[in-house]
Design a protein. Structure first.
Length: 324
């Protein structure tokens, strides 16, 4: 059976160019337009025009529909690899959701650009070409979902957008990139551990709260009032909250809210040696679940998947405990 690559176009800056009427860059390029400048490749490329949106416009329904389409492609024995062109604002979240929920060994490679097609130094073609090379590489089989930007290959779990506008915005601050694309060669120096969760839907009633010095617990109590199923708290340092948050955390857990503790720090796992009120130890003793190195936005997605799979608090705790 002849194998092919599939390009799934969703929009984003890579598909944008300046429009005088709109007053700025808007999505104008289709998947075929993006491929045209690359010339002929070794493998045939099928184009799927999924959407034409900035990634800030993606809804959870759209995101889950994309996941389902990618799952169909990943199970097709004729598909060698999948490349998704995507806006950079939420690329790390889409990549992590796909890595967590799409079954199979087909590599899933997300890429985009930081500059529009009408900007000097447009980085779209180079990023797309590198992504296609990773998707076609035999060594990428079983790698899961990755982000390829600026010739670097990043694990979905680790990658984050570190700068608002730099072409080198994407970094993996904890472990660094998995590998690089150099010319026509793909070099992978490590393979990420994967954890799959099977679910039929996302539980949308999950809230993300980022802490800052002196904040009250009003947002946590708002989550209770709104009937949220779960909440991720991006806590201070290694997973700490002000002492006046502890009564609200205990109340939320007692009422069945699944509380996950991440850190607002760019890298590192939650956990501490402290014994004072609001420490990570006290949060865990109260029933909160440590995110084990996931950022707040990714912990939110994982909790949405876990709750959507029907897991209760103990099942969610086990799912987060298995995080690599």
């Amino acid at each position: 059976m002849e194998q092919r690559l599939v390009l799934v176009a969703t929009g984003g800056t890579i598909a944008m160019a300046a429009d005088v009427r709109a007053g700025g860059a808007v999505p104008l390029l289709r998947g075929e337009d993006l491929l045209r400048s690359l010339g002929e490749g070794a493998l045939p490329i099928e184009v799927v025009e999924f959407s034409h949106l900035p990634s800030a416009h993606l809804t959870l329904e759209t995101l889950w529909a994309l996941r389902n389409r990618v799952q169909e492609l990943a199970l097709d024995p004729g598909v060698r690899g999948i490349v998704i062109t995507h806006g950079t604002d939420t690329m790390e979240e889409t990549a992590y959701l796909l890595d967590l929920t799409v079954e199979g060994d087909t590599p899933i490679v997300l890429t985009g650009s930081m500059r529009a097609a009408s900007d000097p130094g447009y980085d779209g073609p180079a990023n797309l070409l590198a992504a296609l090379r990773v998707a076609a590489a035999p060594e990428a089989r079983g790698i899961g979902a990755v982000v390829v930007m600026e010739d670097e290959v990043h694990a979905a779990r680790e990658v984050t957008k570190m700068h608002t506008s730099s072409p080198g915005a994407f970094r993996s601050p904890y472990w660094g990139p998995l590998g690089r694309v150099e010319g026509e060669r793909v070099y992978l120096r490590q393979r990420p551990a994967r954890q799959a969760l099977v679910c039929e839907r996302l539980e949308e009633r999950v809230m993300l709260i980022r802490l800052a010095v002196g904040m009250d617990d009003g947002l946590l109590r708002y989550a209770l009032e709104r009937g949220m199923r779960g909440v991720v708290i991006e806590a201070l340092g290694g997973g700490r909250v002000p002492p006046w948050w502890m009564p609200g955390v205990r109340e939320a857990i007692a009422e069945g809210l699944v509380v996950v503790i991440a850190s607002r720090c760019v890298a590192g796992r939650v956990g501490d040696r402290y014994g004072y009120t609001g420490s990570c130890r006290e949060l865990e003793a109260a029933g909160a679940i440590p995110a084990n190195g996931l950022s707040g936005v990714k912990a939110r997605l994982k909790l949405m998947v876990a709750l959507g799979a029907g897991l209760r608090a103990d099942g969610c705790r086990e799912a987060f405990a298995r995080e690599p």
